[in-house]
Write a protein that binds this ligand. Structure first.
Ligand code: ADP
Ligand code: MG
Length: 245
């Protein structure tokens, strides 16, 4: 069991604030309204699960929160800054300095070992942990010098998590991180995310369409049709190992 963080995250500090967010893809008769006016506040240290059916706008929201895409209207604030007013350079710097992404597919470099895949990030970050520390956090001490093809899907995803968190980002954004995994290996991936959130106090957002995963969250945001349908707080977080699907 890991030690608790030296200072508990301030759960009241708002890290991301979303107001009236809309996103329309395309124009004219082919236009798709992916977000229809989303309001949401995400606080420091929270673990938030974003639930909702396919096509409801979850990835669109996550990509905007992470500075990968821009909304059509509305505002996102990161701490005191209006993210939506950043130019491309500002967004690139925001992503580099503050955001770790984990996607359904791991996007590791096949010719590099686990340690080297993580080094790609630690070499350019301001205050990174070592690749070994990052891989330790996700339980891969014994896999440092393995290549992606020598690792299971769940292990590859944990390397991707180590890569995302090695720069100590303020936000960890995970889009269907267990979507390609069976439940047994999926649990290990969720445990890695939960541990990062708990030990580093990283605001973490996990997209899933699997309602069972919501049990591990502090808050569950349910999406539908481009809107937040409900937000509920879990009285207690359940460890991923207790969730079965
Ligand atoms: N690049 C894109 N171009 C056009 N439509 C898109 C694009 N990305 C997403 N959409 C549409 O926006 C809606 C929301 O998509 P998405 O945010 O990916 O939903 P989710 O992640 O909840 O499945 C869907 O109708 C989808 O088809
Ligand atoms: Mg999606």
């Amino acid at each position: 069991m890991a030690d608790p963080p030296a200072t508990a995250p301030d759960r009241h500090a708002c890290v991301l604030s979303v107001r009236g967010l809309t996103k329309v893809y395309g124009t004219g008769p082919l236009a798709v309204q992916a977000l229809r006016g989303v309001d949401l506040d995400l606080g420091a240290g929270e673990l938030v699960v974003l639930l909702g059916p396919s096509g409801s706008g979850k990835s669109t929201l996550l990509n905007i929160l992470g500075g990968l895409d821009r909304p059509s209207a509305g505002e996102v604030r990161f701490r005191d800054a209006a993210l939506t007013a950043f130019d491309d350079r500002g967004l690139t710097r925001y992503r580099r300095d503050h955001v770790g992404f984990v996607f359904q597919f791991y996007n590791l470099v096949p010719s590099l070992t686990a340690r080297e895949n993580v080094s790609l990030v630690t070499e350019i970050a301001a205050d990174p942990m070592t690749p070994e520390e990052a891989l330790h956090m996700v339980g891969l001490d014994a896999r440092l010098d393995h290549f992606p093809a020598q690792l299971s899907g769940g292990e590859q995803q944990r390397v991707a998590i180590a890569r995302a968190i090695a720069k100590r980002p303020d936000l960890l954004l995970c889009d269907e991180p267990t979507g390609a995994l069976d439940s047994r290996t999926g649990v290990l991936v969720l445990e890695a995310i939960e541990r990062v959130n708990r030990d580093l106090g990283t605001l973490s957002v996990v997209i899933t369409h699997n309602a069972v995963i919501a049990g591990m969250a502090d808050r569950v945001v349910t999406f539908g049709d481009g809107l937040v349908q409900s937000v509920r707080a879990n009285p207690v977080r359940r460890p991923p190992a207790e969730l079965s699907w």
